[in-house]
Write a protein that binds this ligand. Structure first.
Ligand SMILES: [Zn+2]
Length: 273
């Protein structure tokens, strides 16, 4: 399942396709949206944002099209005269100057005014988005110390979209390794310095994954891993997918565990309790 960085890159592609352009055709499958289609004529797309796994297409008239792909939705970009060949059900098509963005299969689609967006029941539960909003390490550290989070183990907490939005399973392992913390550690157990390092790793690892299309390993370690013949799915990560291989930092063998019914990879030496 795509995590925040992958969704954010998909948003960038939609923005490149129709951003800054005036809509000349809008089509919606759901009746409550379809009846508003004509009102989009001539309205410019100003920005395409994400909030966690939600896509937010922002228009010049302050309206925002919210969509969440869940497990099956997919955006396809194409020219007006070459719609994609697919058996999927079309749900939204936005066309601007011959360029189209089409959403297939998703069912969670709604229209909001920018001012009311935070009242959306899904968005209202999310923490800030690390890739679309201005979030500093001190903001994350403050959130780690909130009453509802500070006594929870990091293995569970990092996947809670209420802390910060967009973290998923590979980022969880990579962030814990970067912070040199075990998944059992709780924010309340950490020194202020450890909390600060954790907050920095949460932001840095996520932003690196966004900028590099999913590579969260360090350059020097990537070079070593490539020299050892590791495939991309292993060298792109510092620990994730690397069970049985040596830790880049200390040489001990990386372990795979199930935490919260999801795979977690760690170095038992670098991340000892
Ligand atoms: Zn290690």
């Amino acid at each position: 399942m795509p995590e925040g960085p992958e969704i954010r890159r998909a948003a960038d592609r939609i923005e490149q396709q129709i951003g800054g352009r005036a809509i000349d055709d809008a089509w919606f499958a759901f009746p409550e949206l379809a009846e508003q289609a004509a009102s989009f004529m001539g309205v410019r797309v100003t920005r395409v944002d994400t909030w966690g796994k939600a896509m937010l297409i922002r228009f010049a008239d302050q309206r925002v099209l919210y969509s969440h792909n869940q497990l099956y939705g997919v955006w396809k970009l194409h020219s007006e005269d070459k719609p994609p060949s697919t058996k999927r059900t079309l749900r939204v098509r936005l066309s601007a100057e011959g360029r189209c963005a089409s959403l297939y299969s998703a069912s969670d689609i709604s229209l909001w005014h920018a001012e009311n967006l935070t009242e959306h029941p899904f968005l209202a539960r999310l923490g800030p988005d690390l890739l679309s909003q201005d979030v500093a390490p001190s903001d994350v550290q403050q959130r780690l110390n909130l009453k509802q989070f500070h006594k929870r183990s990091l293995g569970a907490l990092l996947l809670d979209q209420g802390l910060v939005a967009g973290l998923g399973n590979y980022l969880r392992s990579e962030i814990l390794f970067c912070s040199q913390l075990p998944p059992s550690a709780r924010p309340v157990d950490l020194t202020p310095e450890q909390q600060q390092t954790l907050a920095e790793c949460i932001i840095d690892v996520t932003r690196q994954a966004y900028q590099t299309a999913g590579v969260t390993n360090r350059e020097a370690w990537i070079a070593q891993a490539k020299a050892a013949g590791e495939p991309r799915r292993q060298w792109r990560f510092a620990v994730f997918e690397r069970a049985g291989l040596e830790c880049h930092r200390c040489g001990k063998v990386i372990e795979r565990k199930m935490i919260g019914s999801r795979r977690l990879y760690l170095c038992p030496n670098c991340q000892s309790a």
